[in-house]
Design a protein around this ligand. Structure first.
Ligand code: GLN
Length: 536
């Protein structure tokens, strides 16, 4: 089948869940046997979100091939199990950078470089790029931002042109808007949606399908009204009512026939509705789970989205362990050796979160010491693992000045250090160890038992490494290096086998944990948190 393109835009407000709707539509099409991919086009000028503060954009998600991307790619992968790549995440910055680089090389042969056609052509090229490398039946393209933003204009112009060039059987516009409820009037209001669609129409884009985000059920009359005002068929007005669980969204979309309508509009006979059996079984399990397990996230960002994939990975692992994970944020900047007992009270386990910079480092070290000496299950991820290593060096090996070379403190024991190959790099952004690397797990280790195999691949995003100079000292004192990259001999996992669960991973296992295949380390960790010791 020739590749079809679905463009998803958003209007009225941001944060309506375009990423979740895109992921859900992808999931539903996939369940019908189609090969799909989902990509995100972000209008900001950063080359990638790698240098963005998580307070502004939430977590930075990393693909297998090492692209730092928007957290929506995490939703795409968790929902559909697809693997995204650098071609699935594009920003205005990257578009301009490639056009400007070509201009400098003289590729444009003296032409005046303009937003239309040069920038829009580059956007179009990138929209089509994924399917030029590998076959896809559907490429879903989510356009970041909200209709009306100045910086979205070139993207909208590009999808307008593509829809025209490809025709109605190969391209489709889906627009997501918000229908607010005015409590004082006791009414749902469709005017913002009408205005948003008018704005799109003014740009030459007629959405064929509307998804209306709402907190209250929209009656048939309101859906008919929206359809009437927006030149859309009534069945193509879908409501996306707030649900207690984002993983319910695909079923809600399927009930209203979002996927069937998209297929129908592109001239494809939808056929029978897929059962989505594994997905339903997962949701059923989630509902059945009543046992609660309280896990602390020790980090410096008091913002849900900053640790999005870790939160989701823990929650998913909870479901498969028949329990509900309740997460508690613990600000590492306020943790000291004196208040750990009080701040970590009642937690079945803690995750020491990744991060950059020196803020909150000592608090993470204090947490690692407390949980190590009280045998509280602890999972250190990236920076979290590095802090476990420093804590062990200071308090077990007795190297009181042990530190990471990442901090300015002078130390005779840089137990976490820069790799030689990185010492001359001054540029920020994209210069880290990024993407998936092999990791060999030692026989008999906790990690090996969790994964059930010797060789695994997980994604990285860091500059500093465990300093191999000290490996034998750590091992002699009881901290085992149980995961090692076979090519570079870099330490990827440390653990304390005598404790119930004390594991640090230099990589980010949260990036590859999906709804149907939760990450093994999360599964094992939550299992021990919930039941005290590992249960079969
Ligand atoms: N700042 C640390 C490093 O660069 C850890 C990074 C992280 O946690 N992602 O090595």
């Amino acid at each position: 089948m020739e590749t079809r393109y679905i463009f998803i835009t958003g209007g009225v407000a941001s944060s309506l869940g375009k990423g979740i709707v895109s992921a859900s539509l992808g999931k539903l099409l996939q369940a019908r046997g189609y090969e799909i991919t989902i990509q995100k086009f972000d209008p900001y000028i950063n080359i990638d979100p790698g240098t963005l503060n998580p307070y502004e954009h939430g977590e930075c998600y990393v693909t297998d091939d090492g692209q730092e991307t928007d957290l929506d790619l995490g939703h795409y992968e968790r929902f559909t199990g697809i693997r995204t790549s650098r071609d699935n995440s594009v920003t205005t910055g990257r578009i301009y950078l490639s056009v400007i680089e070509r201009e400098r090389k003289g590729d444009y042969l003296g032409k005046t470089i303009q937003v239309v056609p040069h920038i829009t052509d580059e956007i179009k090229r990138r929209i089509l790029l994924n399917a030029s490398k590998q076959h896809f039946d559907f490429v879903i393209t989510e356009i970041g931002g909200t209709i009306g933003d100045i910086e979205s204009q070139p993207f909208l112009e590009a999808i307008r042109q593509l829809r025209w060039e490809l025709g109605p059987s190969r391209a489709l516009n889906v627009h997501l808007t918000y229908v607010p409820y005015l409590a004082a009037a006791g009414e749902l209001k469709t005017k913002p949606t009408q205005t948003s669609v008018k704005q799109l129409q003014g740009l030459g884009i007629q959405p064929e399908v509307l998804v209306l985000r709402t907190e209250h059920e929209l009656g048939d009359d309101l859906r008919a009204k929206v359809a009437h005002f927006c030149n859309v068929d009534v069945p193509a007005v879908i409501q996306s009512q707030d649900l207690p669980d984002i993983y319910e969204v695909p079923l809600n979309m399927q009930r209203q026939g979002l996927d069937a309508i998209c297929l129908h509009k592109m001239g494809i006979e939808p056929g029978p509705v897929p059962e989505l059996k594994p997905w339903r079984a997962f949701l059923e399990r989630r509902k059945q789970a009543t046992r609660e397990v309280h896990i602390g996230l020790v980090g410096k960002y008091d913002l849900q989205d900053a640790y999005k994939s870790i939160r989701e990975s823990l929650s998913l692992a909870g479901t498969y362990n028949n329990c509900r994970v309740r997460l508690h944020y613990i600000n590492s900047e306020q943790l000291t050796p004196d208040n750990c007992a009080e701040r970590l009270m009642g937690l079945a386990g803690i995750v020491i979160c990744p991060g950059f910079g020196v803020r909150g480092l000592e608090g993470k070290i204090a947490a690692a010491q407390y949980t190590r000496t009280h045998d509280i299950p602890t999972f250190g991820i990236c920076l979290g693992m590095q802090m476990m290593v420093i804590e062990f060096a200071r308090n077990v090996l007795g190297w009181t000045d042990a530190n990471s070379a990442d901090t300015d403190r002078p130390t005779a024991h840089p137990v976490i250090d820069l790799m030689e190959s990185q010492k001359n790099i001054t540029q920020k952004g994209g210069t880290m160890r990024l993407g998936a690397y092999d990791c060999r797990l030692s026989e008999g280790s906790r990690a090996r038992q969790a994964y059930g195999q010797e060789l695994v691949r997980e994604r990285h995003r860091h500059r500093y490494e465990f300093n191999n100079r000290y490996r034998s000292d750590f091992e002699a004192a009881g901290m085992q290096c149980t995961g090692v990259n076979p090519q570079a001999d870099l330490v990827e996992i440390v653990e304390l086998p005598q404790l119930r669960w004390y594991v640090g991973a230099q990589f980010h296992p949260e990036y590859s944990s999906t709804v149907l295949h939760p990450g093994p380390l999360f599964m094992d960790f939550v299992n021990v948190c919930a039941y005290g010791t590992a249960q079969a």
